[in-house]
Design a binder for this molecule. Structure first.
Ligand code: ZN
Length: 65
């Protein structure tokens, strides 16, 4: 059984594969700034960890061209 992430670790996934980049830099790279290229955003509250589809109409984390 995989180890359970803490809520903090779960939400840290929102930083995606490009931590430290600004939204403008991500957009310039063709990556959705909202979900950092994940296609989903991660929310956790009291151990209830959920992955929510990105609210932007991105293509699985990429900016539609
Ligand atoms: Zn997105």
């Amino acid at each position: 059984m995989p180890q359970r992430m803490t809520d903090q670790e779960w939400e840290a996934q929102n930083r995606g594969p490009h931590p430290g980049r600004t939204p403008a830099e991500l957009t310039a790279l063709g990556i959705c700034w909202h979900c950092s290229g994940n296609g989903v955003t991660y929310t956790a509250f009291g151990g209830n960890q959920r992955a929510v589809p990105c609210a932007e109409n991105c293509d699985n984390g990429k900016v539609p061209r």
